[in-house]
Design a protein around this ligand. Structure first.
Ligand code: URA
Length: 234
């Protein structure tokens, strides 16, 4: 099995993050620094940061967090900034965030040690709808929003068609609910920036059927069995 899948199965990181760990030289197989795409078997000794990866089966863990803004969506930050890991209960173990919310964005974030689920949910083909509440500076019209709905060119590639509707608008700001099925870097902010609009505030309020309701900023809860089954069925 590929080293990235092996580390994901062991709950160490998502496949993408596992690749980053391999590239950074943090992973060893039988004493040698692993290369991207290396294969590994159960009998091999795998170390991450010189700590052996357990050969035992892991218990899968799933958390839903209301990420506050001003927090890094990563397991460790090289500049010492606060990370989402600091909001988890002490017994959470080696879970990692599923996808990213940028530093300034708050709202619904999943964390798990289930690498397969994280891989499927964040894969470009999964098309899981993610809804955000965006507060845009100034008044917006349906015409402005139509440009967002029909696709915006980011890095030379059009964003997929998306749903968006105005929740409230006045001279100072416009609140928009926008649902996208992709997860490109800072996608919502960049879509509005591309039409000359500034996003003052951004919060993810749902991923598929999972909602943020009932959690204060910084609060975390375990997913229910039903919610886990739902995510596995996506
Ligand atoms: N879009 C953004 O601009 N930021 C996020 O964190 C998520 C989606």
């Amino acid at each position: 099995m590929r080293i990235n899948k092996y580390l994901a199965d062991k709950g160490i990181a998502s496949r993408r993050h596992a690749d980053e760990m391999v590239e950074a030289g943090r992973v060893k197989i039988n004493g040698c620094i692993a290369t991207l795409g290396a294969n590994v078997e159960e009998k091999d000794v795998v170390l991450v940061d010189d700590v052996p990866v357990s050969r035992e089966e892991k218990t899968e863990k799933y958390y839903l967090m209301n990420k506050p803004k001003g927090v890094m969506c990563t397991v460790a930050d090289d500049r010492g900034r606060k990370t989402v890991m600091q909001f988890l209960p002490p017994d959470a173990g080696r879970v990692f965030p599923v996808g990213r919310l940028d530093y300034e964005t708050e709202g619904l974030l999943l964390l798990t040690n289930d690498g397969d689920l994280a891989f499927r949910l964040t894969h470009p083909t999964s098309e899981v709808p993610k809804t955000y509440m965006a507060r845009i500076e100034g008044t917006m019209t349906e015409k402005d929003l139509n440009r967002i709905r029909s696709g915006i060119e980011l890095d030379g590639v059009l964003t997929k068609k998306c749903k968006a509707h105005i929740v409230e608008t006045n001279k100072a700001y416009t609140k928009v609910h926008i649902t996208i099925t992709e997860g490109r870097n800072r996608q919502v902010r960049r879509m509005f920036e591309a039409i000359g609009r500034n996003v003052e505030f951004l919060k993810r309020i749902s991923i598929g059927n999972l909602k943020l309701t009932g959690l204060d900023r910084g609060e975390v809860r375990k997913l229910t069995e039903n919610e886990i089954a739902y995510l596995k069925g996506i």
